[in-house]
Design a protein around this ligand. Sequence first.
Ligand SMILES: NC(=O)c1ccc[n+]([C@@H]2O[C@H](COP(=O)([O-])OP(=O)(O)OC[C@H]3O[C@@H](n4cnc5c(N)ncnc54)[C@H](O)[C@@H]3O)[C@@H](O)[C@H]2O)c1
Length: 329
Amino acid sequence: MKKIIVTGGAGYIGSHTVVELYKSGFTPIIIDNLCNSSIKNIEGISKVLRQEIKWHNVDCTNQKSIDLVFEKEKNIEGVIHFAAYKSVEESVKEPQKYHENNIGSLEVILESMRKNNVKNIIFSSSCTVYGSPDILPVTEDTPFKKAESPYGETKQLCEKLLEKDSCNSISLRYFNPIGSHSSSLIGDCSTDKPTNLVPILTEVAIGKREQITVFGYDYNTPDGSCIRDYIHVVDLANSHVKALNYLIENSGKHAFNVGTGIGISVLEAIQSFEQANNLKINYKVGERRDGDIEQIFSDGTQIKEKLNWEANQTLKQAMIDAWNWEKTK
Ligand SMILES: NC(=O)c1ccc[n+]([C@@H]2O[C@H](COP(=O)([O-])OP(=O)(O)OC[C@H]3O[C@@H](n4cnc5c(N)ncnc54)[C@H](O)[C@@H]3O)[C@@H](O)[C@H]2O)c1
C-alpha cells in the first residue's frame, strides 16, 4: 500500500480524495490543522471507510513539524497538496495572509520532500490561473493572464515554484467543484462565508438566507448570466487518484484541467437545483459583481487522453448531493 501525504485532507476536496485514495488501494495520511475545516470531516471519513485514517494536526507552514511528519512516516510515495486558503474575497482584503499560507505551505512541503527523497506531488491549482480567457474552452496551453485576485496570484506563483523545483509534479486546475459524498458524511466544513453559487443556493433553500442575487443579466451569453463549468467533487477526487498513478509512471512536469467541459449559466444552475430537489429558489437579478469573469469552461482533451479521466456524475446528482449535505451538516 503506497503512502500518500494529503495536506488539507480534512477539507472539502481533500476529504473526498482521501476516501477515493483509500478505496483505490493507497494509504492516505492526512496533515491538516483544521484552520478552515472541522473534525467532523475526519470522523466522516472513518465512517465512510469503516477505517481510521492517520491524521497529523500540524501547520503546513511549520518546517520543523512537517519535517517530523515526513521522518516519522518514512517511505512516502507522494504528496497531494490541498492545504491553502481559498476565499477570493478574503484574499483581496488580506493578500499577505494568502501569500504566507498558500505559497509558504508549498515551499515547506517541497523542502521536506527534498530532505526525505519524496519525488511526486499533485498540486491543487485552479482555473483562476487563466484569468479571463479570450478563447473558450480553455486548454492547458491557454496563457496565464494577470490574476483577478491575490488568491489567483498564489496559484500562479505556486505553479511557477513547481516548475523550478526538481520534483515530479502535476498541477490540477479545478473548475467549479460542487456537491458532496452521497453519504452526506463529509462535505464543505469551511468557515468562509460562501460566495460560490451552489452553497448560496443551499443556504437560501434551507432559510439561512432570504434570497440569492444573480450578478449580471447583460453578459454576452445566451441568457445574459455568467457561465461556469461545475464538477461533482467525487469526480474531482477521482482525478487525483488517476493523476497519482500517472505521475508514478511518468516523471516530469504536467498540468491538467479538471472540469466537465460543459458551460452552465447561473440561471440554468438555479433551474437545475430547483428541478433536482423539487423546490423553488427565491432569486433576483442584479448588477454585475466586481471580479466576475463572463464565462469559463474547460477543454478536457488532455486529461482524457493522458489520465483516462472524465467526469461521469450529472449536474442533477451534484445538486441533490449539495442539498443533502446542507440538510445534514
Ligand atoms: N473549492 C473550490 O472551489 C476550489 C477551486 C479551485 C481550487 N481549489 C483549491 O483546492 C484546495 C482545497 O480546497 P477546498 O475547497 O477543499 O478548501 P478547504 O478550505 O475545504 O480545505 C483546505 C484544508 O486545508 C487546511 N489548511 C489550510 N491551511 C493549512 C495549513 N497551513 N496547515 C494545515 N492545514 C491547512 C484547512 O484546514 C482545510 O481543511 C485549495 O488549495 C483550494 O485553493 C478549490
